[in-house]
Write a protein that binds this ligand. Structure first.
Ligand code: ADP
Ligand code: MG
Length: 354
């Protein structure tokens, strides 16, 4: 070299860069399940079966009866940034809230052994292919199969030893998977969901009959699904629409309760069709319940906001979102829940005096 020491900085190989990026997108089996379920929903599936072994680390499979993948697409389907859902940059603004564009299958194929079997309605048979690091391992082959797509993910994180040690408990991972399936099954009651746990718990199954209470009954039992309260509101000014359900709110009353209720409810929030986390809103709702001496095992909210006002890119897994006028929207959500509870109290007083 010309005088001076040789530089120490090296660019990482492309493959390593992709594997690191993939590990950020898919942090645990439940993230992969969520992406695969969303793909099945995007493909208009009405039946989705999820199978998980060893918390999804050994085997994760999502089978649907959706529109399938054309043979010509099988080769590129696992490459990064290949998608059938986005043609122009402008589309990005309007569909951004539906998650990654063309990154889910690519990411999974960088951290697991992936195979796809798919058949479109007009294909004479199904096609199958195995993938590694975004590329097919061998040419697509013919095989037998029903219309729809089956994605099989084996040995998740086999090439990320630190990740597998960080995810110690298969039970925890399975619970996280069941949680994702439960949320999507409630939010998509017209789709029949099945989760197979192979001895690590009973199968979960929803009927796909179309109503949220029917899905909640199948998942949580008829006690929770009894006396559910519907929520509905919208604001033109804040560009949002809200629907939702409170599952069986019970009024303890200050005496019966001997103080404030500290029972936490299961909180399911969908913003523009994606399940998201929002600790702030959950805490606000829990506080509302506790000040009103109400126990409510389940809160499900379906929020639709003008996508141009939502930023889904504040976290690599896109499990968190931010949007404009967030505080004002949350206040409206609290109000509508409060009104619904007031309605219930009045109703139960009426019943009591009858
Ligand atoms: P994205 O969903 O953002 O397009 P993915 O990596 O999740 O990216 O999927 C890539 C493409 O593979 C999709 O655009 C779709 O065309 C196809 N695909 C994936 N899963 C399915 C499925 N279950 N049914 C039909 N097509 C699918
Ligand atoms: Mg996808």
């Amino acid at each position: 070299t010309q005088g001076g020491e040789a530089g120490m900085i090296r660019k990482l190989p492309e493959l390593v860069i992709n594997q690191i990026a993939a590990g950020e997108v898919v942090q645990r089996p439940a993230n992969a399940v969520k992406e695969l379920i969303e793909n099945s929903l995007d493909a208009q599936a009405t039946q989705i079966t999820i199978s998980a072994r060893a918390g999804g680390l050994k085997l994760l499979q999502v089978q649907d009866n959706g529109k399938g993948i054309a043979r010509a697409d099988m080769n590129i389907v696992c490459e990064r940034h290949t998608t059938s859902k986005l043609r122009e940059l402008e589309d990005l603004q309007t569909i951004a809230s539906f998650g990654f564009r063309g990154e889910a299958l690519a990411s999974v194929s960088h951290v697991a052994h992936v195979s796809l079997t798919s058949r479109t309605a007009d294909a004479p048979c199904a096609y199958t292919c195995e993938y590694a690091d975004g590329k097919p391992k061998a040419p697509t082959r013919l095989c037998a199969g029903n219309a729809g797509t089956t994605v099989t993910v084996e040995d998740l994180f086999f090439n990320q030893p630190t990740r597998t040690t960080a995810l110690k408990s298969a039970t925890d991972e399975l619970n996280k998977i069941a949680d994702v399936v439960t949320r999507y099954a409630v939010h998509n009651p017209a789709v029949s969901f099945t989760l197979r746990r192979f001895g690590a718990g009973n199968d979960l199954r929803t009927p796909g009959s179309g109503t949220v209470p029917a899905a909640i009954t199948a998942l949580f039992g008829s006690t929770v699904a009894k006396d559910m309260v519907a929520l509905e509101t919208k604001s033109v000014k804040l560009f949002f629409e809200l629907r939702g359900w409170l599952a069986r709110p019970l009024f303890l009353g200050p005496v019966a309760n001997g103080g404030r209720s500290n029972k936490k409810s299961m909180f399911m929030l969908f913003i523009n069709e994606r399940s998201v986390e929002c600790r702030q809103l959950k805490q606000a709702i829990d506080l509302l319940f506790s000040t009103q001496d109400v126990v409510c095992p389940l809160v499900y909210l379906d929020l639709k906001i003008d996508p141009r006002r939502v930023d889904v890119n504040c976290h690599p897994t896109k499990n968190h979102v931010q949007f404009l006028d967030q505080t004002a929207v949350f206040e409206r959500v609290q109000e509508v829940i409060e009104d619904a509870l007031t309605g219930c109290v009045q109703q139960s007083r009426c019943h009591a005096t009858l």
